[in-house]
Design a protein around this ligand. Structure first.
Ligand code: GSH
Length: 250
């Protein structure tokens, strides 16, 4: 049995969640509640010592084997559980192109969007608790950089950092739209993990970043978002794991 620990269908959690749905693999979904800082609890840090979601547990190994890092989990599912639905091109150069897109989302695109998301939403959660509780919560966070991020969420992110992150987001959506102007999908002429991993971040930007992602400025990106949203696996995922229970720091 596969178990996926996640915050539900958004950001990094969406990548393996949608991969499981696209492949039609059976799994148990365990949804953590970010509002109660469940991902920093001792029981979850036993599973992922970094205190982050997503994490996959594969019980086909004796005692279970934990796989972390959202994109790595997607590749693992493709390797270990080949299905009729293929989410990677066969051609090695096309596959390399796919990995350039998944690497880019993990190292660049995800981070600028994340900082703005934290400044808009996680900050509300960080400010809502007492100073004592906040310090207790921060102590439980295993990654020093995430402790800094939580402190910034409470105290306010520096404006020059927010401006720079917005600049990077504009660069990112331009890059996606330009590529999608000439290509139906991001890599290898097929729907692949490149699309899933980028959709995880770009999928809702027409709502949260409508000044950048809209019919005038990024028509190709919008077409691609709608094309993915219309896929049966995506609809099934949102129906079974509703968005509305997503919490701010997703
Ligand atoms: N590189 C990791 C990043 C995971 C990550 O940032 N997860 C976020 C949710 S999208 C999280 O757990 N945030 C809560 C926190 O760090 O406090 C991956 O791709 O899995």
């Amino acid at each position: 049995m596969l178990k996926l620990y996640s915050f539900g269908p958004g950001a990094n959690s969406l990548k393996p969640l949608l991969t499981l749905y696209e492949k039609g693999l059976e799994f148990e979904g365990i949804r953590l509640n970010p509002a109660t800082f469940e991902h920093h609890s001792d029981w979850y840090k036993e599973i992922n010592p970094r205190g982050q979601v997503p994490a996959l547990v594969d019980d086909s190994y004796p005692g279970g084997r934990v796989i972390t890092e959202s994109t790595v989990i997607c590749e693992y599912l493709e390797d270990k559980y080949p299905t009729a639905v293929k989410l990677r091109p066969d051609d090695y150069a096309d596959r390399a192109d796919m990995r350039v897109w998944t690497k880019w989302v993990d190292e660049y695109f995800c981070w600028c969007v994340s900082t703005i998301g934290w400044s808009r939403m996680v900050s509300q959660m960080a400010k809502a608790i007492s100073a004592e509780e906040f310090e207790e919560r921060v102590k439980a966070i295993p990654i020093p950089e995430q402790q800094v991020k939580w402190r910034r969420a409470r105290d306010g992110f520096p404006q020059d950092l927010l401006d720079e992150e917005m600049r990077k987001i504009a660069v990112s959506v331009r890059r996606l739209d330009d590529h999608l102007a000439d290509n139906e999908w991001l890599a290898g002429g097929m729907y692949s993990l490149a699309d899933i991993c980028n959709y995880a971040i770009a999928g809702g930007m027409q709502l949260g970043f409508s000044e950048l992602v809209n019919a005038n400025d990024t028509p190709h990106l919008l077409r691609w978002i709608e094309q993915i949203a219309a896929r049966p696996a995506v609809k099934r995922m949102y129906a079974e794991v509703p968005m509305e229970s997503l919490k701010p720091q997703d």
